[in-house]
Design a protein around this ligand. Sequence first.
Ligand SMILES: [Zn+2]
Length: 443
Amino acid sequence: MQDSEPTHTLLFGLTLHEGRSENLHEGCLEARRVRNEVNRLDDEGWDWNDIHDTVVDNATLVKNTTQLLVQKAFKEIETYHANKDDGWSRPFPYIHEPYPMRMNHNEGYALTVDDSGDVRFRVSCKPYNYVKGVLRGNPDHLERVKNALTSEAWRVGVAELVYKHDEWQLHMTVTHKQHTVGVPEEADTVVGVDINEDCVALAAMNRTTGDVLDSVVIEYPDIKRVRHEYFTKRKRMQKVGQTAFETVVRTEERDFVHDQLHKVSRDVTRWVSQFNDPVIVFEDLKDMRESINYGTRMNRRLHSLPFAALRDMVTYKATWNGVPSDDVKPEYTSQRCPRTDCLHKGRANRHRKRFKCKKCGFQDHADRKAAVCVAQEWFTKQNENVPSLETLPRVKKVRRTASGLCEEADSHGPIFGSGVHRHGTSAQGESQVREELKTVAPT
Ligand SMILES: [Zn+2]
């Protein structure tokens, strides 16, 4: 295990209830003056201790806020000195735009969760000069800040107040205190992840034996359906020029997709937590974007779902549980045969959700197989032999839906807790499962 302090940056808009917007603006002007003053005195050759004391004494801001601003200005100058040989230019001695106010929690600003679950803020530019209101932002960030405010394990960090896109915003960090996250290299279980437009597939491999311990395909057809519906709706509105409604629709869609992805990411981390010292392995998205040879399907996949969002949520929740994540290059994971004595790759191996190797005849659910390939790539990355594939477990599918169906699912399946509807309980489902079994070719 290694010590690390995972820090997350969160972004919120501010809805003001009390105090004037002008106060915030004045604060940012004073912040600019502080920043410029530090640069001016440094330029005149002042000692940094003297700069610090003089500037802090003369500023009208909350003292702690001025100290943070002076530190930031020093850091800019230090960065310049450390990099000037590489051609970095000196920070501008005088900037003209308002400068972000930089504040410590419970000093320059404070957050609290009220009874209705809203997060309330208080920003004080000057002592005893408050602006108050509520934070708004994406549900994911709101959940994280609430967690940090109510949990002993998290620290609410520094926030910067900026005016951007016609609104006041708070950019802030939350940090886990003395958090221990496993080291990927020491993992016992390698969980490959394959994210698609309508499902995410997971395959867990034992590090030592290479056995595929278990796998699951979590389907989320509602996300795809709703995104398509909203897409059509927006197109129609654009045609008749209803831009205001369009924004509302976009927000609705974003909230829905976000909420669903959240639940899916929780399903993923819950499933992963059953294994011994796991590492979660994703395909490197950057690599996917840079590559142009993965074909239209890959490109469509990239743009058709907020992959980065789901991946980010899984990583975040896993880190919370002490589970590390890692990346591999997406080396034909969707097209390659997973049998180590074959490894044939070709686009023709895959047809929708079916994978059938044109060379050796191996068949499987295409996404589950892709997840197995991702795990295998991780062995390659560690310079370890990719274990030969003996047998694959039955393909299990669960469905995460937005309907009330999953809400009332009190009969918890052995795979997940509430909220996930298991397949394969009806007679038809059973035969489907049996068919999946048959198509997993014995080696
Ligand atoms: Zn093959």
